[in-house]
Design a protein around this ligand. Structure first.
Ligand code: CP
Length: 310
């Protein structure tokens, strides 16, 4: 049995298979529902708010012929302190798999370790792997070269702002897996944290990233500019200080024109126009946010399919 907790949980062959199926699901969506999850019920446990992830998983499970079951914290015994161990052992008796959005990465690891059904990471404070796979699919689609994420090798992606957040960590991992050059453009105090460095060491993955404090230099030769909110869920108390130190890293027109002429602008959403990105960049034809959001559906269907094949 496999889980998808982090980008490197699948082998290269499995990853290529996921992308091939994601493109096929997108091209053949009119033929839904398929029978890939026929008869299966997947639980969706969200400890944090979500629009894109929750809706795309719910729709995706239905489109694969399965049944999604929403398990929000406030209406289950988890909200009253029932242990992860008892919860996942019980859920494993009813469900075929679990999609979880939670806080600490160790919580999702515990669910995977103690249960007997596949677990999918729908975001932790440390990583957001479903978003990254959807983003890589979108870059492939927009550059029109291939459906193979390993063909992204050599591309430069510059991530602006909170260079310690889960999306920055996940891009560090994606860079290591696919051979991309990841430039993290953020304040000196936001250099990649020990947790992600230890993670690379643990899995013997190469460090294909640099931390750059000059936002214009960071854009040089970039194929993709990427940003995320400056105040992630759970960091609200630090909001004012974060906005102060990250303000030089707003993605503006002048940053966009410092990248390659055909550079893409990406954001996992929700956006805060005028904070991490200017309104004009969001309105630019180079911004591909809604394609990214749509591709969450197709790649997650392919991830669920792959987990049920294992
Ligand atoms: N990008 C993303 O995960 O969006 P949601 O928080 O709305 O799910």
């Amino acid at each position: 049995m496999k889980h998808f907790l982090q980008e490197n949980d699948f082998s290269p062959e499995e990853i290529k298979d996921i992308f091939t199926h994601a493109f096929a699901y997108k091209a053949n969506r009119a033929q839904r529902p398929t029978s890939d999850l026929a008869g299966q019920t997947w639980g969706m446990l969200f400890h944090k708010k979500s629009t894109r992830t929750r809706v795309s998983f719910e729709v995706g499970i239905r489109e694969l012929g399965g049944n999604p079951l929403i398990l929000d914290q406030s209406s289950t015994q988890i909200g009253r302190g029932e242990s992860v161990e008892d919860t996942v052992k019980v859920l494993s008796r009813f469900l075929d798999g679990l999609v979880i959005r939670t806080h600490g990465h160790e919580i999702i690891e515990e669910f995977a370790q103690l249960g007997s059904i596949p677990v999918v990471n729908a975001l932790t404070d440390f990583l957001h792997p479903c978003q990254i796979f959807a983003d890589c699919m979108t870059i492939l689609e927009k550059t029109g070269s291939s459906q193979d994420p390993y063909s992204l090798a050599g591309k430069k992606l510059t991530f602006y702002g909170d260079t310690q957040c889960n999306m920055a960590n996940s891009w560090i991992l994606a860079g290591a897996l696919f051979g991309m050059n990841i430039c993290l453009a953020g304040p000196p105090s936001f250099a990649p944290a020990e947790q992600i460095l230890q993670y690379l060491k643990k899995f013997d993955l190469p460090a294909t990233f640099e931390h750059q404090t000059d936002p214009v230099v960071a854009a040089g030769d970039a194929d993709v500019l990427y940003t995320d909110v400056w105040v992630s869920m759970g960091c609200e108390e630090e909001a004012e200080e974060r906005k102060r130190v990250m303000s030089p890293y707003q993605v503006t027109d002048s940053i966009l024109t410092s990248a390659k002429p055909d550079a893409l602008f990406m954001h996992c959403m929700p956006t805060h126009p005028g904070e991490e990105v200017s309104e004009s960049v969001l309105a630019s034809p180079q911004a591909i946010l809604f394609d990214q959001a749509e591709n969450r559906l197709h790649i997650q269907k392919a991830i669920l399919r792959q987990l049920t094949q294992s």
